[in-house]
Write a protein that binds this ligand. Structure first.
Ligand code: G
Ligand code: G
Ligand code: MN
Length: 415
């Protein structure tokens, strides 16, 4: 954790650029956009400012004489940097896009890339980027100052039902109608407020708390979903029979031999047909023990559950795994979807995944749809379902139920 010699200031923008003229140009544009800027021309100076000045925004030149921008990005990732980053360079857009994807995969928050020479307007667009991101940033910066999650605090949170389900709708691309919801866990901490899964899921896995956490998330989200279905059955009975609830499942939760039996009993208890339940697995997670996971996943499919391969296209992704395991849905990773408009390679990957999914007879969902243009592109490529901020932010259960009547009654794409 960084020391706190300065309070967090979300207006600070740190520039790492060896060409002082370019650095000044960036700085002037940023100052006019309301930022407080600082120019650094060497890595040493940059790391010093990172520690004592704590910028919320960073502009990094990818290639400089004495250093490697890719290395700087890796180090930022290792330091768990939450600043919003703009990558600039004159190396050409393919390399810049690759650097952006690599940074996103390492968990960095990349606002965008700026191929040099750039127009003032391009930089302005990135700097004025959505206020929503600023808000999210504030939350993340706050998280750096929280006490660490311990076995005791997380176990207590599960026990006291402080973990709640948020629901993010996804729609059918052709009809624009609601297709289902993804459940995203949130920790409503009595002192710290809302804590996001990035801060507790991997810890839960390490501390052997992922099984109770998973069962709790299923139980609580099924309770909310049943209430939703009750309303939907009255207003749109056909929809009530088709909308799905998608749950994220860690590999470690599948280590429990009784998982298939337990989740089936939870469906029976809540009167939710298994065909309306999707279990989302990340590619890395299904890999742990190939034989056991194949047995477990086959059993779940035979019980009627749907299986989605999550974040497809990144990390441990393998087409082999997609073919070997009985998936029914592919979720295209948001890093491709979010850059589909501007990045030819992302578009190629999306096309490839959609073709592959269609050939295998799988449902294809695009995650991270943030604007209408992207939705139109995905639709034209034959993507089945879309999920993302353009359609709706994840929402708590009470909001979900409040909008239930409206949701089920309209054909609108915007929820
Ligand atoms: O919106 P969001 O920040 O919630 O999600 C961050 C990540 O946390 C996602 O990759 C998602 O898969 C994961 N996640 C969210 N809820 C759960 C959960 O209940 N169980 C597991 N295993 N992962 C979750
Ligand atoms: O399980 P998975 O990694 O797929 O979880 C989806 C993650 O993506 C969650 O953290 C969710 O909050 C986030 N998310 C959902 N829609 C969007 C979007 O349109 N843009 C961005 N940046 N993130 C999104
Ligand atoms: Mn998911």
């Amino acid at each position: 954790m960084m020391n706190t010699t300065h309070p967090i200031d979300t207006n600070r923008l740190l520039i790492l650029e060896d060409d002082i003229n370019v650095a000044k140009l960036i700085s002037n544009i940023a100052i006019r956009a309301g930022y407080d800027t600082h120019i650094t021309t060497t890595p040493d100076e940059f790391w010093a400012r990172m520690t004592d000045w704590k910028p919320a925004f960073i502009v990094i030149d990818l290639i400089m004489p004495d250093m490697d921008g890719v290395e700087v990005l890796s180090r930022l990732s290792m330091r768990n940097c939450k600043s919003r980053i703009i990558i600039t360079s004159g190396v050409g857009s393919r390399i810049l896009s690759a650097a952006q994807r690599s940074a996103l995969e390492q968990g960095l928050d990349v606002a965008g890339v700026l191929p040099k020479p750039f127009a003032t307007l391009q930089l302005k667009c990135l700097l004025y980027a959505d206020k929503q991101a600023d808000l999210a940033k504030n939350l993340l910066l706050e998280s750096e100052q929280r006490p660490p999650v311990t076995f005791h605090s997380l176990a207590e949170a599960i026990e006291k039902k402080q973990l709640i389900a948020f629901f993010q709708p996804k729609i059918d691309c052709d009809s624009g109608k609601l297709a289902g919801f993804e459940v995203l866990a949130r920790w409503t901490h009595p002192e710290e407020g809302l804590i996001y899964p990035d801060e507790f899921i991997s810890i839960a896995e390490q501390l052997n708390l992922i099984q109770p956490l998973t069962y709790h998330v299923i139980e609580t989200s099924f309770t909310d979903f049943t209430r939703y279905l009750d309303i939907a059955r009255r207003t749109d009975p056909k929809l009530a029979e088709t909308i799905t609830i998608s749950i994220n499942i860690s590999a470690k939760a599948l280590d429990d031999q009784a998982f298939a039996t337990n989740i089936l009993s939870l469906c029976t208890k809540h009167n939710i047909p298994t065909r309306q339940v999707v279990l989302e697995l990340t590619e890395s997670s299904a890999m742990n023990d190939p034989i056991t996971s194949l047995k477990m996943l086959t059993r779940l499919r035979m019980q009627g559950f749907q299986l989605a391969i999550d974040d497809f296209g990144i990390g441990y992704s393998s087409v082999v795994q997609l073919i070997r395991l009985p998936f029914s849905e592919i979720k295209i990773d948001k890093s491709f979807v979010m850059t589909a408009k501007t990045d030819k390679e992302s578009l190629s990957v999306i096309k490839f995944i959609i073709d592959l999914g269609n050939d295998l007879g799988l449902q294809i969902t695009a995650e991270g749809v943030e604007d209408e243009e992207t939705l139109i592109i995905l639709k034209s490529l034959g993507c089945n379902q879309a999920q993302g901020y353009f359609i709706s932010y994840p929402m708590p259960a009470d909001e979900l139920l409040k909008t239930a009547e409206a949701l089920t009654c309209t054909n609108s794409t915007l929820i």
